[in-house]
Design a protein around this ligand. Sequence first.
Ligand code: 45D
Length: 149
Amino acid sequence: AVNSTTGVFQSLGADDQLAVLWYAYTEMGCAITPAATGAARLQLAEGLLNQIKHMSHADQLNVMRELVYRKNTQICRSYGTLSYNTKLAFWYELSELMVKRLIVPMPVGYQLSRDGLEVLEAIKALDFGEQISVLRKVVADMGVDPLVD
Ligand code: 45D
């Protein structure tokens, strides 16, 4: 179930992937404590997060789309140096910053596509540990591994 859900997630377009991640965050939000994500971990991603925080909303969205599409940019390469859990913590922090309006928010009344809804339902049907596995795989594949590219 973890592998098939991951596969279908990755076949979505960038906007659908970002929207599904957002809804997964809103559903899991309270289950993931900031303590679990680890302040130490976030320090490693801090430079990257600061860089993104200072961009316009349009650029912030672009950066997230480029991470999904693995564009070979400076940001995608520095993201690629992070460990799997730090990548998860990075996305978690981005959604926290969206809530604080420091990162481009979801458009009001945003409608997830049918495919996106299906993937979201598939993720919701998994148990918590499996959900973390799907999310970890998904964010691990984003960005660019600087040693490979
Ligand atoms: O205009 O270290 C659209 C544990 C449309 C413990 C848009 C853990 C067009 C160990 C694209 C929709 C394993 C628990 C706009 C860690 C449009 C440990 C914008 C786990 C504006 C770390 C969309 C942590 C946008 C976990 C901006 C499970 C979407 C972390 C942005 C989970 C979406 C984190 C974002 C999750 C989603 C983060 C930023 C699920 C982030 C989700």
